[in-house]
Design a protein around this ligand. Sequence first.
Ligand code: BG6
Length: 468
Amino acid sequence: MSQIQSDALVFFGATGDLAYKKIFPALQAMIKRGTLNVPVIGVAKAGWNLDQFKARAKDSLEQHGGLDDVAWAKLQLLLRYVDGDYVDPSTFVAVRQALGSAEHPAHYLAIPPSLFETVVEQLVKSGSAKGARMIVEKPFGHDLASAQELNRILLSAFPESSIFRIDHYLAKGPVHNMVSFRFSNTFLEPLWNRDYIESVQFTMAEDFGVQGRGGFYDQTGCIRDVIQNHIFQVLCNLAMECPARGDAESMRDEKVKVLKAIPPLTAKHLVRGQFKGYLDEKGVAPDSKVETFAALELAINSWRWQGVPFYIRAGKNLPVTCMEVLATFRKPPTTNITEPDIPQNYMRFRISPEMTVAMSVSVTAEHGGSSREAVELVASRHPSPEEMEAYERVLTDAMAGDATLFARQDYVEEAWRIVDPVLKENTPVYVYEPHTWGPKEAGETIIPCCGWDTPSGDEPPDFRIVKR
Ligand code: BG6
């Protein structure tokens, strides 16, 4: 099964926001790259016909990345549409008919998890589950128990090897680059451990609010929306051991080991915030205590990392939009040729908006003498137009049966185990002004040894390196 190419793509939630913003552009990109040549069946309950569905797809492409006339001409021939309720068996009879001779469809659930059980049951009953793959969107549950229940539902009809749990962060080139950088550069590995690294910080800042997604966000909050999934994936790439083999399972085994070594978060090590004005957003409860910001500290009790604090800060309406990781090295000893306040070295991985790997080094300050200043050696580049965007990557891989960039059952459950207890504690939520670095309580309670990193939104020019 793992080598078989899916011979149809069925996506549930076809008239929704995700399809409009991400899926249609990804499908067009796949056509352009020559990786999509099978029927694409949209399913939704909107009272639409095929022409209306095609019009929506075309509009989506025009609004998100641009319409390519040649690719669109091909894509629109592949599009099919089934309108109907997910509880109505006739919807699934129509899906089966639209599948025609396809024997290995990929079913993509771009729908709320509360509908998974109904859809899975109907797929089984209508004969569309056999030989099929299941692609599911995040959030995968809202706590450990619900994630386990979703896994139970999916695994009742599909083997784990046919389930593809999307975390689009995994499909970002710079996230993957962290692993290849770590394991392709000899100088780094001897230093990448508790003996040399003092602390690690992850910053995922967005300078915008909930962008009309108040209804979704108010059920989710920052920890569930980006920390339990996206940031934990980045953290695993930073902390994991080198996999014994390059296959999907070996990679995923190493990631799970990192999570297993992380004790559950505690209230003492978490500060939650909410930007001023959030309560006025459409879909948000007037007395909502949902966090739009979180700052926290966690530990990885492994041989490599024990004793090294890992700090995470993420939020909406912060001063900039960027995702950055900063690993700070311990101070060198003070000698008669160095000053006590010599800058600490660090490695900086920037995930977005551009990919940067930077290393700080201390050099003699411009005015000479014994003082030192930190300068960065920077390798940076923007995504090239040829690179796959995250949704193109995940759809392409899932349809080809490559699970490397998807979250496995045990990974998802371990990630929930870490955040679940503290989510249920209803810790205080402190209000912060939009476009600041969160509530002051975050800076007073969670205090990284070298202060919080405040990455700039400025993007360096491409390739500030000399290639040899
Ligand atoms: C999504 C979250 O999963 O990731 C959003 O739901 C967040 O709230 C987004 O903005 C960030 O991903 P990207 O790729 O847009 O930086």
